[in-house]
Design a protein around this ligand. Sequence first.
Ligand code: GRF
Length: 206
Amino acid sequence: MSAGPPPARLVVLISGTGTNLQAILEACASGELNARVAAVISNRAEAYGLERARAAGVPAFCLPKPAGQSRREYDAGLAAQVGTFRPDWVVLAGWMRLLTSAFLDCFPSRVVNLHPALPGAFPGTNAIERAWQAYQRGEIGQTGVMVHLVPDEGVDSGPVLATATIAIQPDDDLAALEARVHAVEHELLVETLRRLTGQPSASIEI
Ligand code: GRF
């Protein structure tokens, strides 16, 4: 029996709670994902995701942007750090900084972002809240989640790898919608990484 391909190496960039990172770590541990997280880097020291990574035995550190440093200088330094872990994929899982080409050009077609809305919808921060408000105004009936490649400095745009739509219900409050979106994010991100790392689809049609 063949041993199969070696696990893909992931470097995950985070800024916060890290529930999507947790989904990735668990999928790696269970074998659902033929990958391992080589490192987790946060731009914020207080990001709880750093604790999640350390609890899983994954190297995790903070790289804050010094006030006097340009975005491109910071991104070049970040790329150098990420590069030492030789990632097959760089996963932006709640990474709240826009990356310049000083970073992106080091990992062409290798940077994957998660956005809690459908392609072209609500780019930037607070996407779930803005979708909920748009629903209240009768402008939309559904929202969703997308996973996409990050080729350039566009905000939450780039070649779409996967989407999932989520209906908004009349009795949804913002917290209920957020919980549903996050649950779908965890599933869609892992499923997309399964596909990228050469494993067949498990559950979601993407
Ligand atoms: C997610 O909703 C992600 O799409 C957005 O930030 C959130 C991060 O959540 N960009 P977590 O840190 O993975 O819990």
